[in-house]
Design a protein around this ligand. Structure first.
Ligand code: SF4
Length: 364
């Protein structure tokens, strides 16, 4: 990858005028760094209603009146890294658990019984407990019950992603956390401290045949406007080079976690977050956009139809959480509603909750 993310800091967003924003709003949706800069600029906040309307029209035109539902399944909270903002970092005194494949299947059965057909396997980084072999064995067992299996784990090597793809895992999400190299270095320690290696994960997964790769920045670590530009540049590069692979966006705002005393460098407000979602939607019409239970229920409901296309529901962020484990959560969720309650809220907005929008048979 040959993107100079540092150079994006030289774009003077404060100098962008209302006229430049209006010009971009009159143009069809397509990515350019100039367009994304205009839409994420401070001047664009005066046009947030226009952005919402355009984002809504575009999202409904491309995705229909639907919201896809998925659930995370935490399989391990062992981690060798010490990310300063995370409750699972190796310096906290959390009781560590790794689910056996059978235990993970017991949690997965509960999710399948609730209606989910899209599942996201989540784990900290410790190859002693979670490796490609474990994930592929789990993938093989899950593929009969779930239409789409994704992972949110540490970056793997090409042959490991290939092994998972062969086992039926079709998607991966991996947040760069921040594209600011200096801040990244200050916040991370352990194998994850290798910024450049982490940056290669999505293209490696795409080369291995993954159907979907997901990008995100952990919002609150740095300036959200810079992160938006970086996400756009990264997504555009992936789309150009791996046109068969869908590139999606997530918008994880930092949440409090046990034993974490982290001073959020930047508070990202609700308005900041919706501007980010609209700006990216108006550049990437076809991208799936996720909003998790990190966010409050009322806030999530208000974003239905405005850009977001996929939501988690009823999430437990601890290993074994669905079968009643009281292992500590990675972070506190903000939307505790059951999957049924979330589905009803989607319907109340005039949208259809979709539990399955893909089948591996389509990809053959
Ligand atoms: S964010 Fe991930 S890699 Fe970092 S400490 Fe937490 S679980 Fe480990």
């Amino acid at each position: 990858m040959n993107i100079d993310f540092e150079q994006l800091k030289n774009i003077d967003l404060a100098a962008i005028s209302a006229e430049q924003v209006k010009r971009q709003l009159a143009m069809p949706a397509a990515f350019s760094i100039e367009r994304l800069a205009a839409l994420i600029s401070p001047a664009a906040t005066a046009f947030i209603e226009d952005m919402a309307r355009l984002s809504s029209e575009l999202t409904i035109r491309r995705f229909g009146r639907t919201i896809n539902l998925y659930a995370p399944l935490y399989v391990s909270n062992y981690c060798v890294n010490a990310c300063v903002y995370c409750g699972y970092n190796c310096k906290t005194h959390v009781q560590r658990t790794r689910l056996t494949v059978e235990e993970a299947m017991a949690d997965a059965d509960i999710l399948a019984g609730q209606g989910f057909r899209h599942i996201l396997l989540v784990a900290g980084e410790d190859k002693k407990y979670i490796d490609a072999d474990y994930l592929s064995r789990l993938g093989e067992k899950l593929r009969g019950k779930f239409a789409s299996i994704s992972i949110e784990v540490y970056q793997l090597e090409l042959d490991e992603y290939e092994k998972l793809a062969a086992a039926g895992v079709d998607g991966m999400t991996l947040y760069q956390e921040t594209y600011d190299r200096d801040i990244y270095a200050k916040l991370h320690c352990g194998p994850k401290a290798d910024y450049d290696r982490r940056l290669l994960a999505h293209e490696t997964a795409a080369k291995a045949g993954f159907r979907r790769v997901g990008l995100g920045s952990l919002l609150g670590l740095t300036d959200f406007r810079f992160e938006t530009l970086a996400l756009g540049a990264h997504a555009a590069w992936l789309m150009k080079n791996f046109w068969r692979t869908q590139v999606s966006f997530s918008f994880p705002r930092l949440r409090p976690a046990a034993e974490v005393d982290f001073n959020f460098a930047q508070d990202v407000s609700d308005t900041d977050l919706v501007q980010m979602i609209f700006a990216l939607r108006l550049c990437f019409a076809d991208s799936v956009m996720y909003l998790s239970t990190r966010e409050r229920g009322a806030f999530r409901d208000n974003l239905i139809g405005l850009g977001i296309t996929s939501m988690s529901a009823g999430s437990k962020t601890n290993p074994g959480g669905y079968t009643g484990s009281n292992a500590l959560e990675q972070f506190n969720i903000s939307d505790p509603r059951t999957p049924d309650e979330v589905a009803r809220a989607i319907e109340a907005k005039g949208f259809e909750p979709v539990w399955k929008d893909f089948d591996a048979a389509f990809a053959k």
